[in-house]
Design a protein around this ligand. Structure first.
Ligand code: KIV
Length: 276
C-alpha cells in the first residue's frame, strides 16, 4: 500500500481537493481510521486531555509522544503519520527542537512533526533537516496560560492581520502545512488564499484546504466537554456504556458464558492427547 506524503497533500491543495485529518493515539483506533481512508493522522498532544485525563496538554512529555507515535505508526499503512512536539521540547530554541523532532522520527516512526506557534528558527531547523513540519496557529493549546484560557484568537483587526503575517512567515520558514485552530472564518480564508501550502482547520470554518478533528470528540467517545465547533459523527460513548452494562448483566445473571458441552469434550480430548 502506498503512503500518503507531504507531496500528495500539496497536490490536493493545488487541485482544489480537501485533505482529511484526524487524531489518533493507539493501534486499534488507528487501524480503523487508516482503513477509512483519511489522508493524515495526527498523534496530537491532545492525548494529554483525552487519553491521560489532564485539563491541558502541558503535562505531555516527549517520551509519551514517542510511545503513542510508535503505536499509531504500526497501524497506519496508508495515512501520513505526524507527531506533535509537546510543550517544553522546542520553546528553548532550534537545537532542542531539532533533536526532539529527530527522536519523534527515529524512535517514534513519525513521518513529520507539528510545532505550535510562530517559532520560526525552530521550524526552519526542522525543515532544513528534511523532516516535514506542520505549523499550528490560532488557539495553540500549549499557550493557554498566556491566552488566559481556551479562547478564539484573531478576533480583532490587529490580531487578524498579525495572524495572516505569522502564517506567511511559517510558510517561508519551511512548513509543509499549517493547522489553524479556533480563528474566525474570514481570517482562515484570508490565510488559505495567501499561502501555497495547505491549511487544515479545526474550529476555523469551511474555507481551509482540509479539516482535522480530535477522534474522541467526533466519535462521541467520552462524556467530557466537547468544543462547540465539533460535529459528532457517532455516539460511541453511549454504545460502549450500553454494551458493558449488557455484559455486566449477563455475567451477573449467569447467561454469559453460554454452557457449551462440545467445548468440554474437546478440552478433554486435548488433555488426553497431551498425556500420550
Ligand atoms: O493536539 C491536537 O490534537 C491538535 C489538533 C487539535 C490540531 O493539535
Amino acid at each position: 500500500m502506498t503512503k500518503v506524503t507531504r507531496v500528495d497533500l500539496q497536490k490536493k491543495k493545488d487541485a482544489g481537493e480537501r485533505c482529511v485529518v484526524v487524531t489518533a493515539y493507539d493501534y486499534g483506533m488507528t487501524r480503523l481510521v487508516d482503513e477509512a481512508g483519511v489522508d493524515a493522522i495526527l498523534v496530537g498532544d491532545s492525548l494529554g486531555m483525552v487519553v491521560q485525563g489532564h485539563d491541558s496538554t502541558l503535562k505531555v512529555t516527549l517520551d509519551h509522544m514517542i510511545y503513542h507515535t510508535q503505536c499509531v505508526q504500526r497501524a497506519a499503512p496508508r495515512a501520513q503519520v505526524i507527531a506533535d512536539l509537546p510543550f517544553g521540547t522546542f520553546q528553548q530554541g532550534p537545537e532542542l527542537a531539532l533533536s526532539s523532532a529527530v527522536r519523534l522520527v527515529q524512535e517514534g516512526g513519525a513521518e513529520g512533526v507539528k510545532i505550535e506557534g510562530h517559532r520560526l528558527p525552530a521550524l526552519e531547523a526542522i525543515a532544513q533537516a528534511d523532516i516535514p513540519v506542520w505549523g499550528h496557529l490560532g488557539l495553540t493549546p500549549q499557550s493557554i496560560h498566556a491566552f488566559g484560557g481556551f479562547r478564539v484568537q484573531g478576533k480583532n483587526e490587529g490580531d487578524a492581520v498579525r495572524l495572516v503575517e505569522d502564517a506567511k512567515r511559517v510558510e517561508d520558514a519551511g512548513a509543509s502545512l499549517l493547522v489553524l485552530e479556533c480563528i474566525p472564518w474570514d481570517v482562515a480564508r484570508a490565510i488559505t488564499e495567501a499561502l501555497h501550502i495547505p491549511t487544515i482547520g479545526i474550529g476555523a470554518g469551511p474555507h481551509c484546504d482540509g479539516q482535522v478533528l480530535v477522534i474522541y470528540d467526533m466519535l462521541g467517545f467520552g462524556h467530557d466537554f466537547v468544543p462547540k465547533f465539533v460535529r459528532r459523527y457517532a455516539e460511541t460513548g453511549d454504545s460502549i456504556v450500553d454494551a458493558v452494562k449488557s455484559y455486566a448483566q449477563e455475567v451477573r445473571d449467569g447467561s454469559f458464558p453460554t454452557y457449551d458441552e462440545s467445548y468440554g469434550e474437546s478440552a478433554a480430548k486435548m488433555e488426553s492427547a497431551e498425556e500420550h
